[in-house]
Design a protein around this ligand. Structure first.
Ligand SMILES: Nc1ncnc2c1ncn2[C@@H]1O[C@H](COP(=O)(O)OP(=O)(O)OP(=O)(O)O)[C@@H](O)[C@H]1O
Ligand SMILES: [Mg+2]
Length: 326
């Protein structure tokens, strides 16, 4: 099977992810796939959860924190600005406190607390997560391409969805129990009761959002996760391990793409011994990849003579990934 048939035969898979260790080509493949799909007439969003501005680099456009930016007809790219989102949270909390207590200004101790909470590393992650949820629950695109962070981190996001989910389950249950007790005194405390109801329904709303986004991640019908590998010993081993872990999280692994393959035709030319050795070594790792991942290898992508940045290079990449006309 080829990458192209993987797409053609599964038209319902609209959430596309490229995973792999750092620097192997996830962003490159995400951008090229988005380009190819847009050229086919689909409306595509490729978005990045990476605080490093990776899509800005490849598209040669500053898109960080600007929402979805149109790169060409049908192709939109977005880079999430977590700090911006955290600032919005903080302001929301301040507003709620002001409204609830009728305060003109936030007391200093509370302001300090708000600042300290925003500095927590988990805050950035949850801000990113929240924005991703926003993106995928709004259904304005035919395809959503996730430009993922390196493997370990991607796993973290996946596990976070289930941690969040459990946490909200617990709180919701507590709330429901409290609501039951409350009913006894409900007649006397009408105000209190409606407030509890509001919190409960807000929790259920959050839970629904998280469930929607994490169920997309593990939905075999809608989602395709491709692993990026390169013909190197350590990468093959690590990818194998990661694939096992991802399978545990029910991530639908749809295939492997081998990147940075030195064109084997070079061996027919007069080339230095150095390159000949590299080609021989690569040959053995390519065979190992085929043995390890078998029929799941969907494409071999050559090492280009330069970095993949700008639309003309992205187009060339799309052509080798998907073949033929784009
Ligand atoms: N086949 C290729 N030929 C030449 N250069 C490539 C190829 N694939 C990727 N590159 C270059 O390698 C670098 C790393 O690629 P890319 O940014 O796509 O990796 P990544 O997996 O997204 O990295 P990170 O884990 O940091 O997000 C980029 O400069 C990219 O242009
Ligand atoms: Mg990247």
């Amino acid at each position: 099977m080829s990458l192209r048939t993987a797409f053609d035969t599964n038209p319902d898979r609209r959430y596309i992810m490229f995973g792999g260790k750092g620097g192997l080509g996830k962003t490159t493949f995400s951008a090229a796939t988005a380009y190819w799909l847009a050229k086919q007439g689909y409306r595509v969003l490729v978005f990045s959860v990476d605080p490093q501005a990776s899509l800005s680099d490849i598209f040669k456009r500053d898109i960080f924190g600007k929402g979805p930016v149109e790169i060409m007809p049908n192709l939109y790219a977005q880079e999430i600005d977590a700090d911006q989102r955290i600032k919005e949270y903080q302001e929301e909390i301040r507003q709620k406190i002001r409204d609830m207590y009728g305060l003109p200004q936030i007391p200093e101790e509370i302001e300090n607390y708000i600042q300290a909470a925003a500095a927590e590393p988990a805050m950035e992650e949850s801000a990113i997560f929240d924005e991703v949820v926003d993106i995928v629950v709004g259904s304005q695109y035919d395809y959503y391409i996730y430009d993922l962070v390196p493997l370990g981190h991607a796993l973290y996001y996946l596990s976070m969805a289930s941690v969040y989910d459990e946490w909200i389950d617990k709180i919701t249950k507590l709330r429901e129990e409290m609501a039951e007790y409350d009913q006894v005194a409900a007649v006397m405390r009408r105000d209190k009761e409606t407030e509890e109801d509001k919190i409960l329904s807000e929790l259920q709303f959050i839970k629904h959002r998280i469930n929607t986004s994490s169920s997309i991640l593990t939905d075999r019908q809608k989602t395709a996760f491709f692993f990026v590998v390169v013909p190197e010993e350590m990468i093959i081993l690590d990818t194998q391990k990661a694939a096992g872990l991802f399978a545990k999280f029910d991530v639908p692994i749809c295939g492997y793409i081998v990147n940075r393959v030195i064109p084997p035709e070079l061996a027919d030319q007069s080339i230095p011994e150095y390159l000949r050795n590299r080609l021989a070594m690569q040959k053995s790792y390519l065979e190992k990849i085929d043995r390890t991942f078998g029929g799941q290898v969907l494409a071999r992508v050559p090492e280009f003579e330069r970095d993949i940045t700008g639309l003309p290079m992205i187009e060339r990449m799309a052509q080798v990934m998907f073949g033929g006309e784009t």
